[in-house]
Design a protein around this ligand. Structure first.
Ligand code: SAM
Length: 451
């Protein structure tokens, strides 16, 4: 691998005598790893665990993930191992013990958001935001597949969060960066690398932090991470924050055998993964706790922009999910969705300030006298398995379904049928008896040849 000469010089200087080890690691294949969805269990034969992540596993080789129906059922997420260190921050700061309001500001494609959803209490709420529209669509797809109802997806610029003063207990800034840490997995990242791009990334990161800092509560936690090595996007950003804001840098305890480098400067703690020391890619992470007081946003409960849902509809859809008593039902543009009751007061505020792409659990679309079940419902971990007839597909049938081919459902009940693979929901079909309509979302259809 030919590194751009300025990048090579920088890394040589930064790593000193370890530089040859680093170069050697770049010649090795990138480890392949996945993180399992604890709410969607299936039979697997993964055996090599990732030490710092309970549901993380290394795979011996890279399969064609697109041709595995379980990926589309949200049973696992393909994620680089170093970034799974996020789990240690959550656990060691008890963020998994108490309900919290969390924001993943730069969330696409959704690796850390799906991880957070699995770790946080079900009473917590996660807002996953992505500013770039096309990437926000991919984020939605991945979060809907993961199937957690305590989630909102927004597509906003970070500055739009500044109004939500003192709202969040946890903010994750997994910042857009120069991506030096991913060059082994994704060598084309090198084409983008330049000193100038690095400076642009660094000033963009400062702007993002400045925009969102007011939205963090006093005592709230901000996780700043990148997948790059240079100090300008990492430690120097923390030093800049130290001048601008009041916070405590929180250390985390990591087993020495994991190989993560602990960086310390002034009172700052940060953690750097290098591919020659950790079984994973390059990753940088630091945890800050805000110590200054913040203005707080008042949450007014009251009427939302949504229409009241007709009683008969509430009665019908309540039967579609488990624990319906924990949710309120809302209707917007003919779409009925369930949203956790305890966060109801937030809806009005968020609808006023943000562009919301997805909220809670979309249940169905009201059309004439019918409610057409939504795709998200079939994939939801909240789904009531007795709500609709289901029909189990083998791998070949499941792939044909995901390809949007017509499926033979002559052995299934008529009407809306939830199709499953290894008992996990894949989506809906409408079985008309002599034929069936494939209701898999057009934009999600797999395009690889499945036969
Ligand atoms: N957290 C994600 C995950 O774990 O899957 C990866 C996030 S990636 C490192 C950074 C994200 O920031 C990208 O999706 C990118 O589109 C987004 N981004 C780009 N410019 C941005 C900006 N000015 N403000 C906020 N986010 C931005």
């Amino acid at each position: 691998m030919n590194l751009p000469s300025q990048l090579a010089q920088r890394l040589n200087h930064q790593l000193a005598e370890a530089y040859p080890d680093f170069l050697q690691a770049l010649q090795l294949p990138a480890p392949v790893s996945t993180r399992l969805n604890p709410k969607k269990t299936f039979q697997h034969s993964y055996s090599e665990k990732i030490d710092w992540c309970e549901n993380g596993f290394y795979l011996a080789a890279r399969p064609v993930f697109t041709l595995d129906p379980l990926l589309h059922a949200g049973a696992y997420y393909v994620q680089e191992a170093s970034s799974m260190l996020l789990e240690q921050v959550v656990i060691q700061n008890d963020l998994d013990k108490n309900a919290c309001l969390a924001l993943d500001l730069c969330a696409a494609p959704g690796g850390k958001s799906t991880h957070l959803l699995s770790l946080l209490q079900p009473q917590s709420l996660l807002i996953s935001n992505e500013v770039i529209k096309t990437r926000a669509n991919i984020l939605s797809e991945n979060i809907i597949k993961w199937g957690y109802p305590n989630s909102i997806i927004t597509q906003n610029d970070p500055q739009h969060f500044a109004q939500l003063q003192g709202l969040f207990d946890l903010i994750l800034i997994d910042a857009p960066c120069s991506g030096e840490g991913l060059i082994r997995k994704n060598p084309e990242a090198l084409n983008e690398w330049s000193e100038n791009n690095l400076k642009l990334c660094s000033s963009r990161q400062q702007r993002i932090v400045a925009d969102v800092w007011p939205a963090l509560k006093e005592g709230g936690i901000l996780i700043y991470s990148t997948c790059t090595y240079n100090p300008e996007e990492n430690m120097q950003q923390l030093l800049w924050m130290l001048q601008e804001y009041a916070f405590r840098s929180l250390p985390i305890t990591l087993d020495e055998r994991w190989g993560v480098e602990h960086l310390q400067e002034k009172n700052l703690h940060a953690y750097q993964c290098w591919p020659h020391k950790v079984k994973g890619e390059g990753f940088f992470m630091s945890v800050l706790q805000k110590t200054s007081s913040s203005n707080t946003t008042n949450l007014k409960s009251g009427k939302t922009k949504n229409n009241t849902v007709h009683k008969s509809i509430v009665q019908e859809v309540s039967n579609w999910i488990q624990q319906p008593e924990a949710f309120h039902f809302h209707e917007q543009n003919e779409m009925v969705f369930a949203f956790p009751k305890q966060h109801d007061a937030l809806i009005q505020l968020l609808q006023a300030e943000l562009y919301i792409m997805h909220m809670g659990l979309p249940l169905g679309e009201v059309k004439k006298n019918k409610i057409i079940p939504q795709h998200a419902l079939a994939l939801s971990t909240q789904y009531n398995p007795t709500a609709f007839p289901s029909f189990e597909l083998n791998k070949e049938q499941a792939l044909a379904y995901l390809h949007r081919d017509s499926i033979d459902l002559s052995a299934a009940a008529k009407g809306f049928v939830r199709l499953t693979h290894q008992q996990l929901g894949l989506g809906w079909a409408n079985n008309l008896g002599n034929r069936s309509n494939n209701m898999y979302p057009v934009n999600w259809r797999i395009r690889l040849n499945v036969s």
